[in-house]
Design a protein. Sequence first.
Length: 134
Amino acid sequence: MLPSSPKPAAESLASSERQLDVPTIVKRCGNNAKFASQVLEKFQSLATGELTKLEKALAAGDSATAARSAHSLKSMTAYVAADKASSLAHRIEELGRTSQLAEMATMFCSLRQEIDWAISWIGQSEQVRALKSA
C-alpha cells in the first residue's frame, strides 16, 4: 500500500488565500452556475474513487491501468480548475506510459493531497454554495 498524506486541516482551508477559480469553472460549464455546482458535486463524489483505482493499480504494479486512472483524474481536475492536481495527474499518466512505477508512486502522494485539498475546499467554499442558489 502507498503512504497516505495527511488531510488538510479545516481551519487552514478556511483561512488560506488559495482557492479554485470559480468563475473559470462556471465558464467551462457554459456560464451555467447550477451546472457548475453539479460538476463540483460530481467531482467530490468521484475523485476519491478514481484515486483509489490509481492507488490499487500502482500497488499491483499495473502501470497501464494506473495511467488510465491518472488520465481520468487529469480531466476531472482540469475541469474544476484544480490546476496543480491536473498537472500532477498528467505527469503520472506520462510516467505510466513508460512503466516508471516508482516515480508514479512518489507523485501519487502529492496528487492525493491536492485532490483532498480541492474536495475540502469545494465543501467549505461560500462561492460554491452561492452557485447552488444562483
